[in-house]
Design a protein around this ligand. Structure first.
Ligand code: HEC
Length: 178
């Protein structure tokens, strides 16, 4: 029995250890709401509709890899118009607000094809990013990050910790950027 107790103690210590990030296993999860994870596959969480979604734990401090990646990509491609942390600017709307209830297909449609508000007194243009791999290869990531912001699961500024980078992410990234 010594052996069994030893394993149990090690698991308990691991679960309680501050700052440790456990790699969760693939499978179905008990979804607690429309934007909450219903499935985990290779480090990527999806909701019950199959849309990418975030996994924020540790009191808002730890995020899944895709949310972290989305934060980085947002800051290099979208921040100039949509402002820091998705809060909006005088030129472009807040994506924290816009993402409320916006599914992935709609989001992807706007980012791929762009959008032009013809009724505004000032002509507002959302550029089409369909040919920009620095955006297209990370589209689910950016959506995931903005969704976490929109739901209030994630505060402003850079997330302090993240789940491990999945091997599947690196593989898909390499294939997409080629
Ligand atoms: C050059 C400035 C600019 C950049 C860069 C930009 N956007 Fe926009 N975006 C806009 C403007 C302006 C609008 C509003 C267009 C309208 O109302 O027709 C908009 C609208 C949107 C909308 C629709 C909001 C709604 O309420 O329907 C989404 C989603 C969006 N942007 C996502 C992004 C993402 C993601 C990025 C980065 C990959 C990005 N944008 C980069 C200017 C920009």
């Amino acid at each position: 029995m010594r052996h069994g107790i030893g394993i149990f103690a090690a698991l308990a210590a691991c679960a309680l250890g501050a700052g440790t990030t456990l790699a969760a296993t693939n499978g179905d999860l008990k979804s607690e709401g429309p934007t909450q994870p219903a499935k985990l596959q290779d480090g990527q969480y999806t909701d019950k509709n199959g849309d990418p979604t975030y996994h924020v734990t540790n009191g808002g401090k730890t995020v899944d890899w895709y949310t972290m990646s989305g934060y980085v990509r947002y800051n290099s491609n979208c921040i100039v118009c949509h402002g820091p942390d998705g809060m909006g600017s005088t030129y472009a709307p807040s994506l924290v607000d816009a993402l409320k209830g916006m599914d992935y297909a709609h989001f992807a449609g706007v980012v791929v094809g762009g959008k032009k508000d013809v009724n505004a007194s000032q002509e507002l243009v959302m550029p089409a990013f369909g040919d920009n791999r620095n955006v297209m290869c990370y589209l689910p990531d950016i959506y995931t990050y903005l969704r976490a912001r929109s739901d209030g699961a994630l505060g402003r500024n850079r997330p302090s910790d993240h789940e491990p980078k999945p091997a599947a992410f690196t593989k898909a990234e390499d294939a997409c950027m080629k």
